[in-house]
Write a protein of this length. Structure first.
Length: 69
């Protein structure tokens, strides 16, 4: 739709409480590149700010890894 060659998306539970039956720190990542979609589930520990920081770091890692392909 947007003509993007690469995209990284995240969705999850930053906390502090469980949401939709998922514990805080549960985060799904989606990566679109070269016409393929990959998903990854991660669980991060810590307070809400820690989860957001870990999520951001991992999303940037996935982006960097996709760019190296």
């Amino acid at each position: 739709m947007l003509g993007a060659d690469l995209a990284v998306a995240v969705a999850g539970v930053g906390g502090p409480q469980t949401q939709d039956g998922q514990p805080p720190g549960t985060v799904w990542f989606g990566v679109f590149t070269s016409g393929e979609i990959r998903t990854e589930l991660r669980h991060f520990d810590g307070e809400s700010g820690d989860v957001v920081a870990s999520t951001t770091d991992h999303a940037l890692f996935l982006l960097e890894h996709a760019l190296q392909r």
